[in-house]
Design a protein around this ligand. Sequence first.
Ligand code: GLN
Length: 489
Amino acid sequence: MTDLTKLTLTEAREALLTKKCSAVELTQSFIARMEKHRDLNAYITETPEIALDQAKESDKRIASNQARPMEGLPLGIKDLFCTKNIRTTAGSKILSNFVPKYESTVSQNLLDAGAVFLGKTNMDEFAMGSANLTSAFGPVISPWKRKNNPNKQLVPGGSSGGSAAAVAARLALATTASDTGGSIRQPAAFTGLVGIKPTYGLCSRYGMVAFASSLDQAGPLTHTVKDAALMLQNMASHDEKDATSLKANIPDYLANISPVVKGLKVGIAKEYMENLDDETQALLQKGIDWLIEAGATIHHVSLKTTPYALPTYYIIAPAEASSNLARYDGVRYGVRVNGKTLDELYENTRREGFGEEVRRRIMIGTYVLSAGYYDAYYLKAQKVRKLITQDFENTFKEVDVILTPTTPSAAFAIDEKPSDPVKMYLNDIFTVTVNLAGLPAISIPSSLNQEGLPLGLQIIGPHLSEQLLFNVAAAIEEAADFATQIKSL
Ligand code: GLN
């Protein structure tokens, strides 16, 4: 076999099981490519020795017919999943020396399935961001380039930008990621990948560095829908160590994928159509046409609370973050900057250890939770959140899934970053509602814009409709034929 890094996750699994290559060869190919593309800054910590040891063990198991479901498959792990004895930074200076003594449930599940870990992928600090520009370890650069201006460095999206760049540049077969308001789906759209945010509670949050606990959810970034199904079924599990973990049956999504949408009722929400630019409008229309062609019916629905989703998110997420991040005080974890008094030690540590965006969120969060403002902001936001959830529940009485664009635009350049943080927040306008309602949603690469950059479509479904989402996504994947479009690039 020539270039093993060109395989998809499911193809690589097949190649290993039919002995077309060994896990060590596969792992070595990825390690060599990671070294060659360090300029993308996709990994914070590379673990080639660990990966090779795991691959050797996988080869033994394959040889003795004891292969586990993901035996010998090299992955990247977002640096927000605690990995035992491997540094875990969450993209922050404050955790730059943190080596966990335990493994997150999601990464443990993947290890138990036989996966090989190439390293920890770069991310926005504490998963706060939409462009991977807030990492204390520097920005991640997308492997994608504009056709007419290949010198501009583009963002891979965020916060899982390292995970996205790693898969898009073939520095891992697939990666884990996390999504609090869009951080799996938005980078997936920006880099031409499939990304699914599962139902809240499907993947355990145990050992994931917390951002906003009621919104955080793990999921995969992959090249194909099949790959996403294989990853998710090996990441998800009921976990007693996470009080919000669901006791859901995790089916064999991969074996059950069927790209048949005949008779499926697809909702198009009026509120998601407003103010779309021409490119995004055309993308949505393509999605509609593909689904009609495949036998689905389109229904116009209204999700009236949509305009309130972003403001609600930017109260709830910082509120929870300010509480979650209180633990980083220089005493128990990570970096410490001394002071004359204990208060000074706290202040110096947090001032030095946290970046600008994280400090902004802590201040907003502390403000909206403070005695005088709790009712006006936090409590109000919780009420609106309930209305957003009900809006979806009512809509899912009429339709099976909802189709939207994933992002309002294609990837922007690093030097085009909006100076106003609120403009940056608008990147997640189509994704945050889903987290507020705890629903699953998938982004599928669907077309290339005029500049040759990927655009993604999002399918939102009711609670625990992951199989349905994979099926609809597979239908769109077939119609869009994105893989063929990018082969010549
Ligand atoms: N971009 C959003 C934020 O900065 C979402 C991040 C995420 O999903 N982790 O909060």
